[in-house]
Structure formats: structure tokens, C-alpha cells
Design a protein around this ligand. Structure first.
Ligand code: NAD
Length: 293
């Protein structure tokens, strides 16, 4: 199929690479030109705008950092909708809010373009290996049309409901992930400070009800010397903000606390670090570094 991929950063580049490997024809666009270099070497054509990338494409995919960049890429002056062919499908893998999603989907529909919101979970490792979870909002019929291509990226395609339902699900998912991240940071930091062994804590937590995928993930991120930035604190902060805005009619004390924690991390200049590095705040409070031996 002829596919356009807009936004080829940490996630997009890996997803686009899999699509090329699967034999699809790919146009890519990213305002940060070096982001496209590896994909060009793999055979992708680099476009000068989202519109140029979308021209003639049957499927247009996006993986962008914010609702504003997503909106601009689809309906802006040089956006997808200025050149896209009727009947094409726009699939958004970014994490944005349901209201923006519904607005953009409606603008697509007015041009006879189909739309799926499909935020993802699984991180860069899942993007590289084709093991993302896709949380899709939109019609079953459009999902079935896109399924052969989506299957290259995911073995877990979950139809969450109508347009926007994928994003609602993803915001809930990431708020819970953020709560779990800081809960682990607080408990592990003080426990180790009090004399507990980090390896023993992890082994016991994992075997008991305190286990979680986040706990299993920390040895690849927070507990390493390099602490690779797979998913930036800035992006998690964006997701928590969107989620609390979405649920603003309800009282969410834990959500507010986690928001403050991510705010504090950004104020300390940690915004570009991995979302798990928010726990450097807890490490600082007890003056230690969480590291496994
Ligand atoms: P990233 O910052 O690594 O990549 C975003 C890319 O978008 C960059 O290359 C940037 O140059 C490009 N970009 C910015 N503005 C653009 C525009 N107007 N048009 C086209 N491209 C533009 O971010 P990422 O980590 O790949 O995340 C992308 C999206 O996926 C975000 O919404 C994020 O919340 C979500 N997400 C990320 C992860 C993860 O583990 N990194 C996991 C799940 C979901």
C-alpha cells in the first residue's frame, strides 16, 4: 500500500521502519529533517510537508507530540487535508484529547476521508518489534480495511468504541501508568534508604500483588546507568494534563499529586529525560540512586 507517515520521532521512526520492511511504499515527513535519514536509507521518500506526504497515499499515519501539532499536520495550511485523496484513511497514533480528535475526524469526514484514533502502548521496544497495543476509536469497517497494515505494528488491536474512545482509553492508561511510576519511586527509594535490598524488593513485589509491568520495566530504564529516554517526562506531563482536563468534573487527588510531581520534575529541567526519571525527585529526597547490582 502507499502510506504517508508524519512525525518520525522515537515511535514513528520505528513504526515506519516496520512498514517499509513489510514492503509498503512510504512517504515520510518530519520538520526535523535528520529524523527522516534512516528511513530514506531504507527506501522511504522524504516529503516537504504533511500535504506532500499525503498526496496519493491510501493511508496517512501520524505520531506527533501534541494536540496542536496534530491539528496543524491534518488541517493546517500545508496539512494532510489540502492534498489527500477522497477515500483515504487517516490514522492518528499520537496521544491527544478526545475533543480535538472528534473535531479533526469531522473535518476529515467533510472531505470524504476516513479517520481512526489509535493511540498506542508498548513504548519504543513495542514499536520496533510490532508489539504495540492499539486503542482504536472509529468504525469497525474502517478498522477492517486498515487491519492488514495495522497488523504489521500490533498483535493487540483493541476496538474501544466510536471516534475519540481510543484517546479516552489511552489517557486513562497513562494516568494509571504515571501513578504507578511515582508510587514505585516513593516506596522503593525509602525502602532502600531504610536498608532493604532493591533486588529482593523487586523479586518479592513481582511475585506478589505489588507486581506490575512498570516494576518489570524499571530494570531497563531507571535502574540502568544510562537511563535511556524512551518516553519523555514532557510527553507524560502532556498526557496527565489532558487526562485531568478530560476528567475535570471529578475529584482526583492522586491524579493531582502526580501532576504536581511531573510539574516539579520539569521545573528541575528533567523534561527531556525518561518518564521513569521523575523518580529522581524521590531519590534526591533520601539522597540515593536506585540501581540494581
Ligand atoms: P518524539 O518527540 O520522539 O517524536 C515526535 C516527532 O514529531 C519528532 O520527530 C518531531 O520533530 C515531529 N514533529 C513535531 N511537530 C511536527 C509537525 N507539526 N509535523 C510533523 N512532525 C512533527 O515523540 P515520541 O516519543 O515518538 O511520541 C510521539 C507520540 O506518541 C506522542 O503523542 C506520545 O505521547 C506518544 N507515545 C509515545 C510513547 C513512547 O514510548 N515514546 C509511547 C506511547 C505513546
Amino acid at each position: 500500500m502507499k502510506i504517508a507517515f508524519i512525525g518520525v520521532g522515537r515511535m514513528g521512526s520505528r513504526m515506519a521502519s516496520r512498514l517499509l520492511e513489510a514492503g509498503h511504499e512510504l512517504n515520510v515527513y518530519d520538520p526535523y529533517a535528520p529524523a527522516m535519514d534512516g528511513l530514506k536509507q531504507q527506501g522511504a521518500a522524504a516529503a516537504g510537508s504533511p500535504a506532500e506526504a499525503a498526496e496519493g497515499a491510501e493511508i496517512i499515519m501520524l505520531s506527533l507530540p501534541s494536540p496542536a501539532t496534530f491539528t496543524d499536520a491534518v488541517v493546517g495550511e500545508t496539512g494532510v487535508l489540502t492534498k489527500v485523496s477522497p477515500g483515504a484513511i487517516v490514522i492518528d497514533f499520537s496521544t491527544v484529547d478526545p475533543a480535538t480528535t472528534k473535531d479533526i475526524a469531522a473535518q476529515c469526514a467533510r472531505k470524504n476521508v476516513y479517520f481512526l484514533d489509535s493511540p498506542v502502548s508498548g513504548g519504543v521496544a513495542g514499536a520496533a518489534s510490532g508489539n504495540l497495543v492499539l486503542m482504536i476509536g472509529g468504525s469497525e469497517e474502517v478498522i477492517e480495511r486498515a487491519r492488514p497494515v495495522l497488523s504489521v505494528l500490533s498483535s493487540r488491536i483493541v476496538h474501544c468504541g466510536d471516534t475519540g474512545a481510543g484517546q479516552l482509553t489511552k489517557l486513562s492508561h497513562n494516568l494509571l501508568t504515571a501513578i504507578n511510576t511515582v508510587a514505585l519511586g516513593e516506596v522503593l527509594s525509602v525502602s532502600v534508604k531504610a536498608g532493604a535490598d532493591l533486588n529482593v524488593l523487586c523479586e518479592v513485589f513481582s511475585a506478589g500483588l505489588a507486581g506490575s509491568k512498570m516494576l518489570d520495566y524499571l530494570p531497563k530504564t531507571l535502574f540502568t546507568a544510562e537511563r535511556p529516554a524512551n518516553f519523555a517526562i514532557d510527553l507524560m506531563h502532556k498526557d496527565i494534563s489532558l487526562c485531568l482536563k478530560e476528567f475535570s468534573n471529578y475529584s482526583m487527588p492522586l491524579g493531582q499529586l502526580v501532576m504536581q510531581t511531573y510539574n516539579a520534575a520539569r521545573q528541575k529541567g528533567l523534561g527531556g529525560k525518561d518518564s521513569t526519571s521523575v523518580n529522581e525527585l524521590y531519590e534526591e529526597l533520601v539522597n540515593l540512586r536506585l540501581a540494581q547490582n
